[in-house]
Structure formats: structure tokens, C-alpha cells
Ligand binder design. Structure first.
Ligand SMILES: [Zn+2]
Length: 228
């Protein structure tokens, strides 16, 4: 399908508008520099987070084209960037059994309605495919959802309940059992203030228990600390 579209539609790079691939080599290279993300004011509880590049220059229009303008074919190169971040953030953490579980940060219902798709899940699936092809034991688990009605918290521990009531996210009741022993890695497109990842990590950490490995996060791009 992608090959056919390439024949029929003129392609331009979503980053710099050069004719050719959906993301040219030069723009893709801007998303091959995994670094620890450091928001300007690091929120307390911000999980260790790696971004594949800085959210500036051609990276911005590339991510916006994917997220807001429906260029779904960017899931592949942006998923590759996310996969790089996942590998970088998980390196050096002694996982229990080597499994990596990617937890997509859920978009708000309003955003899903407007976009008509869940772009973070598309990114996650693309990254999972890439990591599996590289032989890594990785899976996606939709452990979080946006809070709607207050969840019945009778079965939750005090810590879970606190995390559950704190704000935007709650554990998806369909996935009450977290993957014990696996490394949980939150995934999202862009990190800016870090507030979203911090909240999401708090919910997972509260549910995972004291002996669980730390919750990590991987994103495609991070808003740079300094303008420019
Ligand atoms: Zn380009």
C-alpha cells in the first residue's frame, strides 16, 4: 500500500518539505540522538525520560504533520525514533525478566474525537514492531486511561487509590494486573513540562508496588530547555 501511494502521490519530507521520502535522511537524523529529557522545571516524580531528539526545527512540523494533519505514514520513521528512545532509557536498568512493556499515554477523548485516531498508539505499535524485529522482548499494554467516572477503588491499596484520585489518569480496570517483573516504559510523542508523564508514572508506580522496577518514559522529542 505504501509503495503504491509512493507511485501515485508526490511525496515531500514532513520536516523540511524536500521532495522524496516522508521524512528525509537529514530530518530523520535529528531524531536519532537519544538524550535524557530535562524539563525546565523538573516536576517531583518525573520519570527518567529519554527523547530521540529536540522538538524544534524540522522536527516540529514532522510531528505536527503526523499528529494533527493525518500523515499516518510518518508512524514508521517516528516509531523508529521512539524505539531508539526505548532502548536508550531501558539500557542499564536491571529488569527482572528482560521484558519491556510500553504503556502509551492516552489522549483525551476530545483530542481523539478531533483527530479521529490515536496517534500515540500508532507510534507505539510501530516502535513495538521495530523492537521485536531487533529481537527485543517487548509488548504494548494499555494500562492507563483518561479518568472518566470515579473508579470503584474498593480493591485498590491506599497508594493506588491516592494515585488514582490524583488527576488525569487511572488504571484501566481491564488491565488491573500490571506485568509483574517487566520494565514499564511510558511512551508519548512529545514531552514539554513533564507534567503528563509525571502523573502517568505516579499512577503506574502506585499500582506496581514497592519492589517493582522504576517506571521509565520514552518520547519522540523533547521541548528544548532553552529557546532556539
Ligand atoms: Zn527533511
Amino acid at each position: 500500500m505504501a509503495a503504491l501511494a509512493d507511485l501515485v502521490l508526490p511525496r515531500t519530507c514532513a520536516g523540511c518539505a524536500l521532495p522524496g521520502r516522508v521524512l528525509c535522511g537529514r530530518c530523520a537524523s535529528l531524531l536519532a540522538r537519544p538524550r535524557l529529557a530535562t524539563p525546565r522545571r523538573v516536576p517531583w516524580g518525573f520519570p527518567p525520560t529519554v527523547a530521540a531528539g529536540a522538538y524544534r526545527g524540522p522536527v516540529r512540523p514532522a510531528i505536527l504533520a503526523f499528529k494533527e494533519r493525518g500523515r499516518a505514514e510518518l508512524a514508521r520513521p517516528l516509531g523508529t525514533a521512539l524505539a531508539l528512545s526505548v532502548v536508550a532509557v531501558s539500557r542499564g536498568v536491571p529488569e527482572r525478566d528482560g521484558r519491556l512493556v510500553l504503556v502509551p499515554v492516552p489522549s483525551s477523548r476530545a483530542a481523539l474525537r478531533i483527530r479521529g485516531r490515536d496517534h500515540v498508539r500508532e507510534l507505539t505499535r510501530s516502535a513495538v514492531a521495530e523492537l521485536r524485529a531487533a529481537g527485543l522482548p517487548v509488548a504494548e499494554a494499555r494500562l492507563l486511561r483518561r479518568r472518566g467516572r470515579v473508579q470503584d477503588s474498593a480493591a485498590l491499596s491506599a497508594a493506588q487509590r491516592r494515585a488514582n484520585l490524583a488527576g488525569t489518569f487511572e488504571l484501566d480496570p481491564r488491565c488491573r494486573r500490571l506485568s509483574a517483573g517487566a520494565l514499564l516504559i511510558l511512551v508519548d510523542d512529545v514531552v514539554t513540562s513533564g507534567a503528563t508523564l509525571t502523573e502517568a508514572a505516579a499512577v503506574l508506580t502506585g499500582a506496581a508496588g514497592p519492589d517493582a522496577p522504576p517506571v521509565l518514559a520514552a518520547v519522540v522529542a523533547a521541548t528544548p530547555r532553552l529557546p532556539g
